[in-house]
Ligand binder design. Structure first.
Ligand code: NDP
Length: 243
């Protein structure tokens, strides 16, 4: 059997890096995508290779359709085809809507929404039949908390596209799902928060802690694996029970 290949966007650190490592352990050849953090992406590849897995780091800004095409071109060249896309790359800058400047709104939409659209479109055109797509929403979509306006809007749009693409790709046996984590201990979450805010969020969780990247990666592993073929068009809230 030919080895299956997976692209994980934003895999130089955080959740994406843990997903790339897990999928490599599962036997996928993995593309570690990143936008700027070359050294981190290369270190992620080195660690996968050291564990006996196969991986390549490929730079591409997901907000650019040309970069997204290049990412798939390079993945196909390296591994002969692509079976899995994990749309993980994202940014989060928090501010009340009144204080959200145009640059922040536009960047959030460009990466979190257009970036996922670029990935979904390219995957819809190029994934092998029977493939899997997993995108990243967020549990903040259902929480309606102040300061999350622009960010939550992009994630709600990701959920809408997930439901629609699942129907469009059903005939090719490609499943399309999204994961909506609660707060996970990564740079994206910690940036700009003081210890009091972090502790308040920690205590909001029924399980009394933040999520870790290792709480998320196994769920992606399951969704892209052979036993999840009947899970399609779903948003899986992986958040320790936070509502
Ligand atoms: P991190 O900030 O830790 O990592 C983000 C990753 O995305 C980095 O590898 C970064 O690489 C990459 N990235 C950013 N912009 C681009 C771009 N334009 N093109 C390609 N890659 C890019 O974030 P997390 O791991 O925390 O988040 C991963 C996903 O999970 C995001 O979609 C986020 O919204 C979602 N999520 C996170 C939660 C959390 O609490 N952490 C909760 C709910 C959802 P580089 O440095 O090279 O740009």
């Amino acid at each position: 059997m030919t080895q299956q290949a997976a692209i994980v966007t934003g895999a130089s650190r955080g959740i994406g890096r843990a997903i790339a490592a897990r999928l490599a352990k599962d036997g996928f050849a993995v593309v570690v995508n990143y936008a700027g953090s070359t050294a981190d992406a290369e270190e992620a590849v080195r660690q996968i290779s050291a564990g006996g897995g196969e991986a390549r780091a490929i730079r591409a800004d997901v907000s650019s359709p040309d970069d997204m095409r290049h990412l798939f071109d390079e993945a196909e060249k390296a591994f002969g085809g692509v079976d899995v896309l994990v749309n993980n790359a994202g940014v989060m800058k928090l501010a009340p809507i009144a204080q959200t400047d145009d640059a922040t709104f536009d960047e959030t939409v460009a990466i979190n929404l257009k970036g996922v659209f670029n990935g979904l479109r390219e995957a819809a055109r190029r994934l092998r039949d029977g493939g899997r797509i997993v995108s990243f929403s967020s549990s903040v979509v259902g929480l309606y908390q102040p300061s999350y306006g622009a960010y939550a809007a992009t994630k709600a749009a990701v959920e809408a596209m997930t439901h629609i693409l699942a129907k469009e790709l059903g005939p090719r046996k490609i499943t399309v799902n999204a994961i909506a984590p609660g707060p996970v201990a990564t740079e994206l979450f910690f940036n700009g928060k003081d210890e009091t805010t972090i502790e308040r969020i920690r205590q909001m969780h029924p399980l009394g802690r933040l999520g870790e990247v290792e709480d998320i990666a196994p769920v992606v592993s399951f969704l892209v694996g052979p036993q999840a073929g009947w899970i399609n068009g779903q948003i899986i809230r992986v958040n320790g029970g936070l509502v």
